[in-house]
Design a binder for this molecule. Structure first.
Ligand SMILES: CC(C)(COP(=O)(O)OP(=O)(O)OC[C@H]1O[C@@H](n2cnc3c(N)ncnc32)[C@H](O)[C@@H]1OP(=O)(O)O)[C@@H](O)C(=O)NCCC(=O)NCCS
Length: 147
């Protein structure tokens, strides 16, 4: 896993999370902000096989000094739930954010991905309930304290 520029994470982000839509649909507002961190995992042939991005963003209901929102978490379709790529990427990137002083990471978790976050130490923000994100589906708020 390495830090990566936004353009390196977008093709896999688009393929997995915005299928059938133009690549522009995989451009997130603060992708190029200096406070944003993108991570990519690579196969030996340099293909990007896992991506995750973190945006400096508060969740209104979760107090924190340096909160990050996880977005665009995706493993290549042929490798999902097979090689632990998402787990490795998540753990290493959370470790780096922790060392940089981040004290909270949160995300809108798609319901099918909820077991992945639960297995990796995230907690459900029960009071947020289920949130419908138009065109994408139902989500819950999950978070992990880092400090
Ligand atoms: C969710 C995702 C990033 C996880 O990455 P991954 O590389 O597939 O996950 P891992 O191989 O590290 O899985 C670790 C464990 O998480 C859990 N898990 C992961 N994805 C799961 C899913 N879709 N359903 C149930 N459990 C899941 C399982 O316990 C899994 O271990 P197991 O397969 O031995 O049971 C990946 O499956 C993916 O890209 N899914 C589609 C896009 C998506 O939903 N992204 C998250 C948006 S919020």
């Amino acid at each position: 896993m390495t830090l990566a520029p936004a353009h390196a994470v977008r093709p896999l982000r688009a393929m997995v999370l915005r299928p059938g839509l133009p690549i522009e649909a995989a451009v997130f507002p603060a992708d190029e902000a200096t406070t944003t961190w993108h991570f990519a995992a690579y196969a030996p042939d340099d293909t990007v096989i896992g991506v995750a991005s973190y945006f400096l963003e508060t969740y209104p209901d979760l107090p924190a000094k340096l909160p990050y929102r996880l977005r665009g978490m995706a493993t290549h379709p042929t490798l999902q739930r097979r090689a632990g790529i998402g787990t490795a990427l998540l753990r290493e990137s959370l470790g780096l954010l922790r060392r940089q002083g981040a004290d909270l990471v949160w995300c809108y978790a798609r319901l099918p991905a909820v077991p992945f976050y639960a297995k990796n130490g995230f907690l459900r923000l029960d009071r947020a309930g289920v949130i419908e994100i138009q065109g994408i589906g139902p989500h819950e708020v999950w978070y992990i304290p880092l400090q």
